[in-house]
Design a protein around this ligand. Structure first.
Ligand SMILES: Nc1ncnc2c1ncn2[C@@H]1O[C@H](COP(=O)(O)OP(=O)(O)OP(=O)(O)O)[C@@H](O)[C@H]1O
Ligand SMILES: [Mg+2]
Length: 358
């Protein structure tokens, strides 16, 4: 557990006591969403249901439309077509401030001249809530995000991770129905990112606020999300649980984006699904060992086949010592039996999605 973990008591108070987070059904539905920027088609027939109380990740490469989709859900972009429904109400043309959302921006935005207290209390204060109530709420939220006692500091006096937690407190201050996070930890180093990820996961599961997290980091999505929507060029390629998208990718894009791949006889497989042997078995492919790299528990074996194609296999340390692999060895490789390889030209429909027009 990290030192920034919210206490169970604090979270309980947030949900039960102050009625801070709305309970009830706050699913998000997106139907046939379209967005153009001039000639550029940024969102193409997006259909997606984000269950109430879940944490859904929008995962995809840079430029795939993640922020555009999140901003359309928030009301910060007006779509050219389609609808956005939050908690059963059509909000497609409702302005953002009336959608009861909390938003954390991709590029960190704080009021530099305001203290942490005033930054976090900004939303409630423009909504003209009583000062005493705002002060109480701000203190509560800062406690929850691990910034109790930081009220009078300025954003420039916080670390990157602390600033992002302040941004989260600010997003939660307005009693949001849904929490929309655009790469909230993008600029932070790996360790802080990982801590904040676990922290967000705990905050989310205990408050039950419907959360959409944009990320281009597959590990982050696999780690925290209940569901992942994989975006590419303005389309959703697949929607499913982390396991579904990882283990049964709908196509080569999803397969390649979610983890390392190796190509064997024209088929994509995961390096850890390759089986190595010293004897010829079935239709295994003969290869030469080029390099053996020990990476702690795992061993990466770099191989070259007869057509001079390189491929890497990932095996355990035990397996590597059993095989006694040496550079230059002639061995055999085949895909493991527990996962179906994906043929490069197979593009099955994405499970979990409504039928979309081509
Ligand atoms: N205001 C705009 N005007 C013109 N084009 C835009 C605008 N906003 C986004 N785009 C284009 O739409 C596409 C999708 O952008 P978007 O910001 O949604 O991508 P993203 O998936 O969030 O990428 P990143 O991971 O880099 O943040 C990009 O090609 C981008 O250049
Ligand atoms: Mg973006």
């Amino acid at each position: 557990m990290t030192d920034i973990a919210p206490s169970a008591d604090a979270l309980h108070a947030l949900v039960e006591g102050s009625g801070a987070i709305n309970v009830g059904s706050h699913a998000i539905e997106v139907h046939g969403l379209e967005k153009h920027y001039g000639d550029y088609h940024a969102l193409r027939d997006i259909n997606l249901t984000i269950p109430s109380g879940s944490l859904t990740a929008l995962l995809g490469p840079s430029g795939s439309g993640k922020s555009t989709l999140l901003r359309a859900i928030a009301g910060l972009e007006v779509p050219d077509g389609g609808t956005v429904i939050i908690g059963g109400s059509d909000v497609t043309y409702v302005p953002p401030q009336e959608r009861e959302i909390g938003f954390v921006f991709q590029h960190y935005a704080a009021f530099k001249h305001m203290t942490v207290r005033d930054n976090v209390g900004f939303g409630p204060s423009i909504r003209k809530q009583p000062k005493a109530e705002i002060a109480k709420r701000v203190d509560e939220l800062l406690e929850i995000v691990g910034l109790g006692g930081y009220q009078e500091r300025y954003p420039s006096q916080l670390s990157g991770g602390q600033r992002q937690r302040m941004a989260l407190a600010r997003a939660l201050a307005v009693h949001p129905k849904v929490l929309l996070l655009d790469e909230p930890f993008g600029a932070l180093d790996a360790k802080v990112r990982d801590d904040l990820r676990q922290w967000l996961r705990q905050l989310q599961s205990e408050t039950g606020v419907t959360t959409v997290l944009v990320t281009h980091d597959q590990e982050e999505a696999l780690d925290v999300a209940d569901h992942i929507a994989v975006l590419n060029e303005g389309r959703i390629e697949q929607w499913g649980s982390p396991r579904e998208v990882y283990e049964t990718p709908a196509n080569t894009f999803v397969m390649s984006f979610l983890g390392p791949t190796a190509k064997l006889r024209g088929e994509l497989v995961r390096p850890h699904d390759l089986v190595l042997s010293k004897r010829q078995i079935d239709d295994a492919v003969p290869v030469t060992v080029e390099r053996v790299v020990h990476l702690g528990f795992e061993v990466r074996v770099e191989l070259r086949d007869g057509e001079s194609t390189d491929l890497s296999a990932q095996i355990t340390r035990g397996e590597a010592s059993r095989l006694e692999l040496a550079v230059g060895d002639q061995i055999y490789v085949r895909p493991g039996l527990h996962v179906d390889p994906v043929a490069p030209d197979s593009a099955q429909p994405a499970p979990g999605l409504e039928k979309t027009s081509a």
